[in-house]
Design a binder for this molecule. Structure first.
Ligand code: NAI
Ligand code: AKG
Length: 475
């Protein structure tokens, strides 16, 4: 602990429960990437070493789309500079801002396309404070050494509960009745209003959300069938069906829970509406691209479907108060005019519970994006990354002095390990791990007997290798 007295106050302040052994002279990597970083932090192990070859307050984070306060707190608690905005940004403003940040946190609306990421010269990690990652060009990010994390199931329950509510609302035409009475009209109707007990729910995509929904629907007396490209164990007495058509032709309610993929684009279009039962209902709380909306408008007008609930749209407004008109989606006004069609503004995952869990709740660390970002910035651990191999090394302890952690993201080509180990060869490689995902590989090594003066030399040698995507040396 003798080194504690060397800690510059700015470095020591943000992480109150641990000790920094950072040298006061910080090493900053070249601006093409953020090469400085520190070592793993875990509140549970007091003997873990936390190193900061940079000033924590140099790390700039941009959070968009009203990321939950708990998530913001975990990041600013590290001493990072956090700018949090309530909405997404138009592309030109996003490009301007992303140039300066090391970390960006978004939800579903911010499109991190190749065009945007090309400008993000300092970015090392993206946090999607949601489930979907379709808004990020994952491949471009991986090939440029930018890790992407999401929260794979923190809001699944919230979506499933919303869908249950919508099933009942559609069956009882509740949206229309409520709107009528809001407009002053009493309209007591029972024709074509149904109980949901005994009806069949068809779930397309039986993942986190689909399977939760399956349990809730059965508890309410529905029969459940599901269609998925993967063979999956049924919950309760649900049954997997072999084709989409089998699902559509046997369901009273059809609900979509697939990711946005080329294969799921317009998955429900004219042909699929024809395959649905007369007077059935369609629900979509996955992604707007999954439904061909003009085909839905026709199916609703012809009476083929008795109602629909949509939470997501091909184009969505940037922020609250914006209009949902034909200038956004050319059919918006036709959609708004339909009977028994519930339109919600992408609120499937918008509950206090879900947003808190995504941002911070430590006991569910697999779903905690804030923590995943800190872990990645501070220790290079990629557990939970969606576009890089998942790599972990146990933390260094306070007893392990003169150690450094080398992180080398590189193209997955033959001969790299040999060259890297030649560079690290003058030091003890205490532990090393490497893994790849497609064309990109991630190597992490803890080396001992490293003098501070040698860190830059190691960094520069790794940077000079032709396979290099991104190098970080944490010490
Ligand atoms: N409305 C909202 O606020 C929210 C929307 N979502 C959306 O819901 C989607 C689903 O979420 P999860 O259940 O967590 O995902 P998940 O990844 O757990 O499950 C998706 C399932 O879809 C299946 N699938 C993929 N392609 C398919 C295809 N062509 N045909 C049939 N099945 C296919 C997969 O095998 C998987 O079982 C997310 O990708 C996201 O876009 C998620 C959370 C909130
Ligand atoms: O609430 C949000 O920001 C997005 C929810 C969502 O669509 C997701 O988690 O994929």
């Amino acid at each position: 602990m003798a080194e504690a007295q060397d800690i510059p106050t700015r470095l020591a302040k943000p992480v109150s429960h641990s000790v920094s052994t950072s040298p006061s002279a910080a090493f900053h990597s070249p601006s093409s990437s953020f090469g400085g970083a520190n070592l793993a932090r875990s509140a549970t192990l007091s003997n873990q070493r936390e190193l900061k070859p940079f000033d924590t307050t140099d790390i700039k984070i941009l959070l968009l789309e009203n990321v939950n306060q708990s998530g913001r707190d975990i990041l600013s608690g590290q001493g990072y500079q956090v700018e949090a905005l309530k909405t997404s940004l138009p592309e030109d403003e996003l490009i301007e801002k992303i140039r300066n940040v090391h970390v960006i946190g978004i939800r579903s609306k911010t499109k991190l396309s190749e065009k945007v990421l090309r400008e993000a010269k300092n970015l090392i990690v993206i946090g999607c404070f949601c489930i979907g990652t379709n808004q990020v060009d994952l491949e471009y990010a991986a090939k440029h050494g930018i890790a992407v994390f999401n929260s794979p199931f923190a809001n699944s329950r919230s979506v499933a509960e919303l869908v249950i509510a919508e099933i009942i609302m559609l069956a009882r035409q509740l949206g229309d009745r409520s709107m009528e009475l809001h407009n002053g009209t009493w309209n007591k109707v029972s024709a074509k209003c149904w109980e949901i007990r005994g009806k069949t729910l068809g779930i397309i995509g039986y993942g986190h959300i689909g399977s939760q929904l399956s349990v809730l629907a059965e508890a309410m007396g529905m029969s459940v069938i599901y269609y998925d490209v993967v063979n999956l164990m049924a919950m309760g007495t649900a049954k997997q069906v072999p084709t989409l058509e089998a699902l559509l032709s046997n369901s009273d309610f059809v609900t979509c829970h697939v990711p946005e993929l080329p294969e799921t684009k317009n998955m429900i279009g004219r042909v699929q509406f024809e395959q649905m039962k007369e007077g059935s209902y369609l629900i979509n709380a996955s992604r707007g691209s999954v439904i061909d909306i003009p085909a839905l408008i026709n199916a609703s007008r012809s009476g083929k479907i008795a109602g629909a609930a949509l939470d997501v749209y091909p184009s969505e407004p940037a922020g609250n108060g914006d209009y949902f008109t034909n200038s956004l989606n050319p059919w918006a006004e036709d959609l708004r005019s339909l009977k028994n069609v519930i339109l919600s503004p992408h609120i499937g995952g918008s509950t206090e519970e879900a947003q808190r869990a995504i941002g911070v709740e430590g006991k569910f660390s697999a779903i905690n994006v804030g923590e995943a970002l800190v872990r990645y910035v501070n220790s290079g651990v990629t557990l939970g990354a969606v576009n890089l191999p998942e790599v972990n090394l146990r933390s260094l302890t306070l007893d392990e002095r003169d150690h450094a952690r080398v992180i080398y993201i590189h193209r997955n080509v033959p001969g790299v390990l040999r060259r890297v180990n030649e560079i690290l060869g003058n030091h003890n490689v205490d532990k090393q791990i490497t893994d790849n995902k497609g064309d990109v590989a991630y190597l992490m090594a803890d080396i001992s007997n490293v003098q501070r003066t040698e860190v830059k030399e190691i960094f520069d040698s790794l940077e000079a290798l032709s396979s290099r995507i991104l190098t970080r040396v944490l010490y």
